[in-house]
Ligand binder design. Structure first.
Ligand code: ADP
Ligand code: MG
Length: 240
């Protein structure tokens, strides 16, 4: 579903990604972890073309992300992305947030979009909040709306960038529970997170990055059992 091969990227002189290669099959749940500044956010942003890259290849469902002929907005519409800071439109109600992309990007009617949006809003347990504005919701609720909004676009894969790291501790689980449900239903997911409980529960693959390199790319059992690199062992010892 997602193939990343020999990917390198520089910001000016600074190499942020160095020869990264990994693959995500349909239904895979890949957890990406590693120290701050190791290139995790940059890696997942390159997947949906939010960040350009200089070397290597990325294909999503066979479509080459780096090819200048690729219609990136169209590709992006099929890949759900959830960020640390929710990124809901503050001036739109929850229902309007859910409808906007469906109407403007997918060309759905308002009725169709509302039906679809409310289905997913119900799924994240927030049907009763449809007329609220983002600032009237808690952080955990806003993030669940962001997930529902992404799902209402019928994505072929979902990318998450530290979706719970801006949340108060008591709200982390309500968001992780939604993500666990998605994973168990077979959604293809790349998840940057330090929530190792989540990784242990639903990941089938764990990637560990350091200084722009993928140092570990293995089955969850192997990662938690016996990581190969000293850096990954140190990292695990610190966060678990
Ligand atoms: P992570 O998500 O693992 O914390 P990032 O992908 O955000 O890491 O960043 C990796 C490195 O690239 C960091 O050293 C960061 O300072 C640098 N970086 C990120 N974005 C930019 C940018 N737009 N310009 C220059 N350097 C950047
Ligand atoms: Mg990051």
């Amino acid at each position: 579903m997602i193939a990343i091969s020999n990917l390198s990227k520089w910001y000016g002189q600074f190499q942020v990604l160095a020869d990264c290669t990994t693959n995500v099959a349909k239904g895979d749940v890949m957890v990406i972890c590693g120290p701050s500044g190791s290139g995790k956010s940059t890696l997942i942003k390159t997947v949906n073309g939010l960040e350009p890259f200089q070397q290597g290849n990325i294909t999503v469902a066979g479509i080459s992300v780096g090819d200048p002929r690729t219609d990136l907005p169209k590709l992006r519409a099929r890949i759900g992305m959830v960020f640390q800071n929710f990124e809901l439109f503050p001036h739109l109600s929850v229902r309007q947030n859910l409808n906007l992309g469906q109407v403007q990007v997918l060309g759905r009617s308002e009725e169709e979009a509302t039906a679809r949006g409310l289905l997913y809003l119900d799924r994240v347990g927030l049907l009763s909040q449809q007329d609220k504005f983002p600032n009237q919701l808690s952080g955990g609720q806003q993030q669940r709306v962001a997930i529902a909004r992404a799902l209402s676009m019928d994505p072929i894969a979902m990318l998450f960038d530290e979706p719970t790291s801006a949340l108060d501790p008591e709200m982390i689980n309500e968001v992780l529970d939604v993500m666990v449900g998605l994973a168990q239903e077979g959604m293809t997911m790349m998840v940057v997170t330090h929530e190792m409980g989540f990784a242990r529960k639903v990941a089938n693959r764990v990637v560990f990055m350091d200084q722009g390199r993928i140092l570990e790319d293995c089955a969850k059992e192997e990662f938690f059992g016996a990581p190969r690199s000293e850096r990954a062992r140190e990292f695990l010892a610190r966060i678990i």
